[in-house]
Design a binder for this molecule. Structure first.
Ligand code: WTA
Length: 561
């Protein structure tokens, strides 16, 4: 039933003093009145840029970019100018409110500038993780019907342009494009540094993020400008951001964390963010923490474990004394990681539970609460969570069931793009949003995460849909059928294990395993490639013909012993 040890009240300033009072008295509608006043129309970009400039923070740093071959920084004023220029480029190519701009870039300043420039014009952004290969890219561009794309020359080769009739403008930030593409820099340089806002409604779309489900194609979750309320509140209460903080959220903006907390949430508080280019590297990450004097750090257990594994001779060389606290997301925060942080860095790690669908931190170890080890914490004020059975009845403490949230919070995804039915499945047990996670609650209202119920895989904090991987494997001539599941792993949380039924005439070999792994890697995405395979006679199916994820779960757990 989880470790009940209480670390005790932690020192420090608290934005949120009295949790119970806040839960009783706070509502997001109250916050909305304070935030929006009588303004009928809003725009999140106004709040993250103009509002900071109006408060005299225009010359303060907004973005530090750090990669091996490039360092750059932007104040809010400088960011504003770039954002305006890019917004005008979108105008020039005829993009209007409600049109879609896909962004397929590695972490780089152009990614953030393009995102904000689009949002300023009411254009909906479709972020795509840079590791996606052709199938995943095609799927997202076709589904969203994106009219424009920002990418670089290298990634452009994964964009099947001839199959995308809606795509009419492609902007290249790096490397040579071709006769059909535009150069991002010369377009931006040639555009005016001033522009008008497109004022939108609270419910107007801001971005569409494709997230894996257990069965079927990834779902285009539609997030709206109103999410700023939830991001502002959680940045204050959960992340405890203060104006002189330097904040580093290590997630890529191809995932929800890298969007919501990568830049929106900190900029809503005028706090500068660090964006680190390149891949994970324990030493470089520690160096970045020291160099940029990071005071609040948001990352994932896999990264912490990799830094711990790199050893004291790596992290011990850097002065991480600026850190006020750390936050964690995406996978269970294990006791050993928490102990390491307390003992070595002298700061606690606050766990945050949420998902692409929720758009904001939902159940957290808030700074004003005691941390119970093993627990994801309690709901953020304004959020009502419960554990419910398969009929939607609330379960008493310690009973494991569906982790559910009462529908209607500001950052909740408002739709699945082009598929209302899929969206409504989340709310099949009204008034609850059903997360797909299992959990139980203790008598003090703390929640304990117990894994996914639906077969969605979480490898190194990255969400992978088994169905997409299975579809890809079935395309290979040697594979007749495939079933994929997450197998528990000490470092990565889960790894992807694939069960395959071979076509007649094929025999299993190590080489075939490598070939299949590569096939998924180059067709779909590296993080979606199975690390383990097993050959089976058949794949278990449910009566409606879907892979039986419960049986597969049993297989991986048994073999995982
Ligand atoms: C898992 C990431 C354990 C969970 C923000 C959820 C967690 C899925 C935690 C969403 C946590 C998220 N402890 N597991 N603190 N936070 N998860 O959409 O299974 O990429 O359903 O959003 O990550 O993944 P997603």
């Amino acid at each position: 039933m989880g470790n009940q040890k209480i670390i005790g009240a932690l020192p420090g300033e608290h934005n949120l003093q009295d949790y119970d009072k806040a839960c009783r008295e706070f509502s997001f509608e109250m916050l909305a009145r304070e935030f929006y006043g009588n303004a009928g129309k809003i725009n999140i970009v106004h709040r993250v840029i103009d509002h900071n400039i109006e408060r005299g923070r225009g010359d303060r740093m907004a973005l530090y970019y750090d990669a091996d071959d490039r360092q750059a920084s932007y104040t809010f004023n400088e960011l504003n100018e770039q954002v305006n220029r890019f917004a005008n480029v979108l105008d020039k190519y005829g993009l209007q409110k409600g049109d879609r701009l896909a962004i397929f870039l590695p972490r780089s300043p152009e990614l953030y500038i393009s995102f904000l420039g689009a949002a300023k014009k009411g254009v909906i952004v479709v972020p795509m993780f840079e590791a996606f290969m052709k199938d995943a890219v095609r799927e997202r561009l076709l589904s969203s019907g994106a009219q424009a794309l920002v990418t670089n020359a290298e990634l452009l080769s994964r964009v099947p342009r001839q199959e995308l009739p809606d795509l009419r403008a492609v902007l290249i930030t790096q490397g040579a494009g071709d006769a059909q593409t535009l150069d991002w820099y010369s377009e931006v340089a040639g555009a005016s540094p001033r522009t008008e806002f497109c004022w939108v409604n609270r419910e107007d779309p801001l971005f569409i993020l494709y997230a894996a489900g257990a069965d079927g194609r990834p779902k285009g979750l539609v997030h709206v400008h109103d999410m700023m309320l939830g991001l502002w509140a959680t940045a204050a209460w959960v992340h405890d951001l203060k104006e002189d903080d330097v904040y580093w959220c290590t997630a890529d903006p191809g995932w929800i964390t890298g969007i919501a907390y990568g830049f929106w949430a900190p900029w809503l508080h005028g706090v500068p963010v660090l964006v680190k280019g390149g891949r994970f590297d324990a030493e470089q990450w520690c160096r970045a923490l020291e160099k940029y004097r990071v005071s609040v750090w948001y990352s994932a257990p896999t990264a912490f474990r990799m830094i711990i594994a790199a050893g004291k001779e790596v992290y011990g060389r850097y002065d991480l004394g600026r850190l006020r606290h750390i936050l964690s997301v995406g996978e269970p925060l294990t006791d050993d990681v928490m102990q390491w942080s307390l003992e070595t860095l002298g700061v606690p790690i606050y766990d945050t539970w949420w998902m692409s669908e929720t758009g904001m931190n939902m159940i957290c170890n808030l700074r004003c609460l005691n941390i119970k080890m093993g627990s994801i914490g309690r709901p953020v004020p304004g959020i009502q969570a419960a554990v419910v059975d398969d009929e939607g009845n609330e379960l008493p403490p310690y009973r494991i069931g569906n982790l559910a949230v009462r529908a209607g919070w500001p950052a909740m995804a408002r739709d699945v793009w082009g598929n209302r039915e899929k969206y409504e499945e989340y709310f099949r047990l009204k008034p609850w949003f059903i997360s797909g996670d299992a959990a139980y609650m203790d008598e003090d209202g703390y929640f304990y995460f117990q894994g996914r119920v639906d077969g969605v895989i979480n490898t190194a904090g990255e969400r992978v849909g088994p169905w997409e991987v299975e579809e890809k494997l079935r395309e290979h001539p040697a594979v007749q059928d495939a079933g994929v599941a997450g197998k528990p792993d000490k470092i990565r949380g889960e790894i992807i294990k694939a069960y395959v039924v071979l076509q007649p005439g094929y025999e299993w070999s190590h080489a075939l395993g490598e070939e299949l792994r590569n096939f998924v890697k180059t067709g779909l995405a590296a993080h979606a490639a199975p690390r383990e395979f097993a050959v089976k006679e058949s794949i278990p199916k449910t009566p409606d013909g879907k892979v039986d994820r419960k049986v597969l779960r049993g297989w991986v757990l048994e073999l995982g012993k």
